[in-house]
Each structure stands twice: as C-alpha cells, then as structure tokens.
Design a protein around this ligand. Structure first.
Ligand code: NI
Length: 393
C-alpha cells in the first residue's frame, strides 16, 4: 500500500462523456466476434488519450497499457463489448440502429465505464507506481469466448490482479455486490443422438425404439443430481430440447436431445460428466440403441480470489460508502471473465443498475432490458478507487 493517495473525482463532464459513449455504443451494437466498428471506435478513442500504448491483441479486441512513472504492481481492468441477437423493444431515443441486434446485457455500459476510467487514469501517469492494463474484450456471449483468446494472446503476462464488473438490471442502483469464492457457474451443455431402428408403430417387436430409450435416459439423468452427487454439491442438469419422429404411426430411427449442465466446483463438474455418459451408455445398451454424445465445456466458474475481493470491497466502501457493498450469492450463469481469473487472482463485481422507481425490471437478454445510467459512475468510481489504492501515489 502506498502512503499517499491521489483521489480522482470524476467531473460532471467526465460522467456525461461516459454516458454519451454508452449511448453511442448502445445505438451501434455488434454481435460476438463481429465487433469491428466497436473495436475501431475504441482503438481510435483510446489513441486520443495521453500515455497509452494501444494495440489489437485479436481481430476485434483492444488492449491499452498505461505504464506509470515508477515501478510497482500491474493491475488489469476488463470490459466486454459484444451485443446479442435480439430485436430491441425499449423505445429509447438511442435504441439500436442495427436490426435484430441489441445491447441487452449492459456490455455497452461496461465498455463506456472502462473508457472513462482509462481517460481519467491516463492523465495521472506521473503519479502511477506500476502499470494498468485495460482489456476491452470481444465476444463474451458466444463460446469459446473472447477472454480465452485474449489470454492466449499474452495480455495477462505479468499482471498481478485483474478486476471486472457487470451491470445488473435486477439489483438496485447504488448497490455493488460480490460473491466471495465461486461467483458464477461452470456452464456446460451436451447434445446426444439416440439411434434405434425405425419401423411401423404396430410392430414394435421389429424395431429398436429410441423414444422409449430416450424417456428412460431423461428420467435416469435426474439421479445425477439427486443420487450421484451430494445434497451439498450445487449442480443442475436440465434436458431442454427433444426431437423425435413426425408421424404417429412410425417408430423413428433416432431421437435428439440437448441439455444444460451447471455447477460450481471442477470436481462436481467432472463427476457429473462421467455420470451423464454412464447413464446414456448404460440405458442405450440395455435397450439395444447406439448413442452419439457431444459434451461441450462452456465457461469455467468465476472464482473470486480472497485478496482481490478484499481489495475491491475496501475500494467500494471507501469511494461509494459503507452501505454500497453487499455480499451476494453465486449465480448459475456463465461468464468468461473466468479465463482471466483462472490465470491471475481476480474479482468480479456486480454493479446495481435497476432504477429505484422501476418495479418490474426486465432481466438481462430481454428486448426491454434497461439500465439506470447512474450505475455507470458507480462502476467507474469503483475501478478508480481500486487504482488509487493499488498503484496511485
Ligand atoms: Ni453479460
């Protein structure tokens, strides 16, 4: 900890600029791995700030490095920038201009916040002991995720701590929440095809019925949670898609199923995968069916590091008030910030963005998703406070 602290107060103009960036990004959303205009806008804007080395680690991501005047810790801040294939229905004056594409998860806000933080800190270069890296990440919404690609490009080498945030449309504005330890889930899925032998529905003895087999598999899969893992383990296995034949007098050749699998620990995840395959294999064989299983490992669970969490909690309380910090429970959602926090101690913070008057807020990924823009200053102030505590003189 440095002895003297420089407090950065965002001026009204700086907050307004963050809001205007967010609105511009909101109006011009781009899908995952296609953030060409967004990343060009970020690159050009960052190049107008002093003291930054701005590069493109991948086709649509941007890295800005701020090397301080003195040596010290290296910290990273990450924002994601992609939008979703959703037709916006908010009626906002700055609603999406791109048909069928919408910033319905708040990533426009994350990007605008980080841009504002980069601008404010780049002006303080002579007071910085260490280095700050700004990760403007593409493709959070689509596997395999942009975070993995940025990490593979080497952006995290030498970084001591990494911090990220997510606006939350369901949390009251003014509240910032962190889950110590596992904060988001391992978010996997699988697709399986059960292959039998089709035939006439009146002659089941001449067929191998994949429908009956699939029904047994779906029922047996319920035991992965209820009998194979402990009640203390957190796990969800949901079969969510099912496609069989299309004529009532025909036993089909095959059935296709899809399922979502969510867990927190890597051990429970591993046991779930083994049990799922064992059940599908065993039940298929018992019925004379063949099966083809494709298991997709999604994003790893975000594990908040104890030290990084303490740094973030302290920064929130100091800058935004004692009551601003609220400890929260883990969510069963996926987030590829884990690609960063798997390799560097990190902390991921949810920033309340539900307007206090809004009694029926829309969830994330909804065509009517809205944020209270007052949350943008909260997010920026949190990142600034972390920088003040860790690398500013
Ligand atoms: Ni998101």
């Amino acid at each position: 900890m440095l002895t003297k602290q420089t407090e950065i107060e965002l001026s009204n103009e700086q907050v307004e600029e963050i809001v205007s960036w967010r609105r511009y990004l909101h109006q011009h959303p781009e899908l995952s791995f296609q953030e060409y205009k967004t990343s060009a806008f970020l690159y050009e804007t960052l190049c107008t700030f002093p003291n930054l080395e701005v590069t493109r680690p991948t086709e649509t991501s941007v890295l800005a490095v701020l090397k301080g005047a003195y040596s010290g810790k290296v910290i990273g801040f990450r924002a994601d920038m992609d939008a979703l294939p959703i037709q916006e229905e908010t009626g906002l004056p700055f609603a999406s201009e791109n048909e069928g594409v919408m910033h319905a998860c708040g990533h426009d806000g994350h990007t605008a916040i980080l841009l504002g933080v980069a601008k404010a800190l780049s002006a303080k270069q002579e007071k910085i002991h260490g280095e700050i890296r700004f990760f403007f990440q593409h493709a959070e919404e689509q596997l395999p995720g942009g975070a993995r690609e940025m990490v593979a490009a080497g952006v995290t080498e030498g970084v001591d701590y990494v911090f990220g945030l997510h606006l939350s449309s369901l949390t009251p504005v003014g509240q910032l929440t962190i889950t110590p330890g596992a904060a988001t889930s391992n978010s996997d899925m699988f697709h399986v095809t059960i292959k039998g032998k089709g035939g006439h529905s009146s002659q089941p003895e001449n067929t191998i019925d994949p429908v009956v087999t699939s029904a047994q598999i779906i029922t047996s899969l319920q035991t992965v949670v209820s009998r194979i893992t402990s009640p203390k383990d957190e796990l969800v296995v949901s079969v969510t898609t099912l496609q069989a034949g299309d004529a009532v007098n025909v036993i089909p050749e095959q059935v296709k199923m899809g399922a979502s699998v969510r867990s927190f620990s890597q051990d429970v995840r591993k046991r779930a995968v083994e049990a799922i395959e064992q059940i599908i294999k065993g039940v298929s064989e018992a019925n004379g069916c063949q099966y083809e299983l494709n298991y997709t490992y999604g994003y790893d669970s975000v594990m908040n590091d104890t030290k990084a969490t303490a740094i973030a909690v302290e920064a929130i309380r100091r800058k935004l008030g004692e009551g601003a910090y609220v400890e929260s429970e883990a969510i069963m959602g996926g987030e590829d910030f884990s690609a960063f926090s798997n390799v560097i101690p990190g902390c991921f913070v949810f920033v309340g963005a539900c307007s206090l008057e809004n009694q029926t807020p829309a969830p994330h990924h909804h065509p009517k998703f809205l944020i209270d823009e007052a949350a943008l200053a909260d997010g920026a102030n949190m990142f600034l406070a972390i920088a003040e505590d860790m690398v500013l003189e």
